[in-house]
Design a protein around this ligand. Structure first.
Ligand code: SF4
Length: 359
């Protein structure tokens, strides 16, 4: 993205956040101590569960001094039911450190924050951005999921060096905007719209910038390999022909899975509530109505981190839609001139066998 696009991206994101973002008690303040408590509570626990605990905790321990002096049993009592009780102990010992070393005021620089017991890179970034308005991106699963989809980043997010890459990218984006709102808006976008297994791209404020949306590949990102189980994605592969019997094919993006290869259009089935919604998307995007092929064809293709379940649908283009960038109409005899991944070569084989008139 160039500087102008970054500005527009941030503008869309923040406008959405101010209108639709979640109202949470720790967002009503820039008190670093309160923000710290909320961040600790939010580790491993859902937002809605945290809210009453947070309110109760800050009213019982309104300042670092009060928490530092409180008996541990009382702190644990206030944490009761929230689970992961070591968080409460670590918080109290960190707060005691702040009282002793910093006179009860959390420092406003990364180095000192990271030296405090229980404060890791994420909490430090959240504090710097939300309490001190410093352009420090808070890298978590939400941020990596959203940005990996927007920019088609296929590096394994479980690797440390990938975090660095996101950090660099997010630093470029955050530099142009309100750091606190930037971090919180990506958090909310990841929780409300760009969710792990279901995206609501039509409602997404940054969909015009999102390469995964453009490619219909949202659920393929982020990539998390290693020991995790491969994810299964269900796709319809569309065999769309025009009046001259040519096939519509698309080139995958220059980055990411099967970069630059060609394929028949694919539509992620899990993205749509029902067949109706899916049909309307296909109609709008490809100008075609599609139905399952009369000789049913479904198959599976495995990658190291993904499993594609594919089923073939066919249709004819009814409405003349302009070709998008990276799309082409190609006669069957010329399909061979384009590099297709194995999962789509199977479709070419299927055409050869079942639609002999095109050979
Ligand atoms: S357009 Fe869709 S995939 Fe892209 S960021 Fe928005 S919700 Fe996520």
């Amino acid at each position: 993205m160039d500087a102008q696009q970054i500005r527009q991206f941030n503008h869309n994101l923040l406008k959405w956040f101010y209108q639709k973002g979640r109202h949470l008690p720790w967002r009503e303040t820039n008190n670093p101590y309160y923000i710290w408590i909320s961040e600790v509570m939010l580790q491993q626990t859902q937002v809605n569960t945290v809210i009453p605990y947070f309110n109760q905790f800050i009213s019982r321990f309104p300042t670092p001094d009060v928490l530092a002096d409180a008996p541990e049993q009382e702190v644990l009592k206030c944490w009761e039911g929230l689970g992961y009780y070591s968080r409460a102990r670590n918080l109290q010992s960190g707060v005691r450190e702040v009282v002793e070393k910093y006179n009860g005021q959390l420092p406003d620089n990364k180095e000192e924050l990271l030296s405090i017991h229980g404060i890791g890179p994420y909490t430090a970034a959240a504090l710097l951005s939300m309490a001190f308005s410093q352009p420090e991106p808070a890298i978590d699963g939400n941020l990596m999921r959203v940005l990996s989809r927007v920019f088609l980043i296929d590096d394994d997010i479980s690797k440390q060096k990938t975090r660095k890459k996101f950090e660099q990218l997010a630093s470029e984006l955050i530099a142009e905007t309100d750091p606190s709102a930037f971090n919180q808006s990506l958090m909310d976008l990841g929780a409300m719209i760009c969710r792990p297994k279901k995206t609501d791209c039509e409602q997404c404020p940054v969909n015009e910038f999102c390469l995964a949306y453009d490619e219909g590949a949202q659920l393929e990102y982020p990539v998390k390999s290693g020991k995790s189980k491969p994810r299964t994605l269900n796709y319809a592969v569309l065999l769309i022909t025009d009046k001259q019997g040519r096939y519509l094919i698309e080139q995958r993006p220059e980055k990411g899975l099967l970069a630059g290869m060609w394929q028949f259009p694919m539509v992620a089935l899990d993205e749509y509530e029902d067949q109706h919604q899916r049909a309307s998307y296909i109609q709008t995007r490809y100008g075609a109505n599609v139905i399952p092929v009369s000789e049913p064809f479904s198959y599976t293709h495995r990658f190291s981190h993904l499993i594609w379940n594919l089923s073939l649908l066919e249709g004819w283009q009814l409405d003349q839609i302009g070709l998008r960038e990276r799309q082409k109409w190609v006669p069957f005899t010329e399909l061979n001139n384009y590099p297709f991944p194995v999962a789509h070569q199977k479709v070419i084989e299927w055409i050869k066998k079942n639609r002999q008139n095109h050979t």
